[in-house]
Design a binder for this molecule. Structure first.
Ligand SMILES: [Zn+2]
Ligand SMILES: [Zn+2]
Length: 206
């Protein structure tokens, strides 16, 4: 069990992820067009996306994340009214986390740019282990690695649901830096993109 430092690119938002390797800790590369659109929305796709349009994401529970400073810089968006919450920092457009719109769901996927492995004197592979799954290859481009799944592998669904139920029973949806649990609202009101804004991002026009 170990700790991973997290930081936005400018350093205004800092904290840590605890218990890495003990519970969740599934590292996934998601090549879906929504993750690509989010990277373009932040205008940092060259840093966020790999050669195939994939985002390297580490899945944890909200209770594993502690923000020591800069929580007021958290910004939130949705690609559509029913979309997931996509968190970033208003100071420097670093992607922070992707999660469902309810604080009761004990799941957040942290994009790689928010993890500061150099501060820990290590590398991503050493800290988190290898990528478990590459998913949504149907939206990827270029020469995809041979182990890329077209969508999500079927076994991921029971694995993920099972972990969600267990972590919820353990209460690991709390504490959370992303929600005001007194009213269940996100700490920053999500900006919901219009259809035309979303289409522009999905087409790669921005
Ligand atoms: Zn920043
Ligand atoms: Zn995705």
């Amino acid at each position: 069990m170990s700790m991973v430092s997290i930081s936005c690119s400018c350093g205004a938002v800092r904290g840590s992820v605890s218990g890495v390797g003990s519970r969740w800790g599934r590292r996934i590369v998601c090549l879906c067009r929504d993750c690509q659109a989010f990277a373009r929305f932040l205008q940092r796709s060259a840093e966020i996306l790999d050669d195939n349009g994939g985002t390297d994401i580490f899945q944890v529970t909200p209770s594993q994340i502690t923000l020591d400073r800069g929580q007021e810089n958290l910004a939130c968006m949705k690609l559509s009214p029913k979309g997931i919450l996509r968190w970033s920092t208003s100071c420097c457009n670093t992607p922070v986390g992707n999660m469902l719109a309810s604080f009761k769901v004990p799941f957040v996927g942290i994009p790689h740019l928010f993890m500061d492995h150099a501060a820990d004197g290590t590398t991503r592979d050493a800290a988190l282990g290898p990528v478990s799954y590459r998913i949504h290859g149907c939206d990827g481009y270029g020469q995809l690695p041979a182990d890329t799944h077209d969508k999500a592998p079927f076994k991921l669904i029971p694995l993920t649901l099972g972990r969600l139920i267990i972590e919820r029973l353990r209460g690991h949806h709390l504490p959370t830096p992303f929600f005001d649990t007194s009213n269940g609202e996100p700490v920053s009101t999500p900006r919901v993109l219009s259809l035309s804004e979303r289409q522009a991002l999905t087409a790669g026009a921005i």
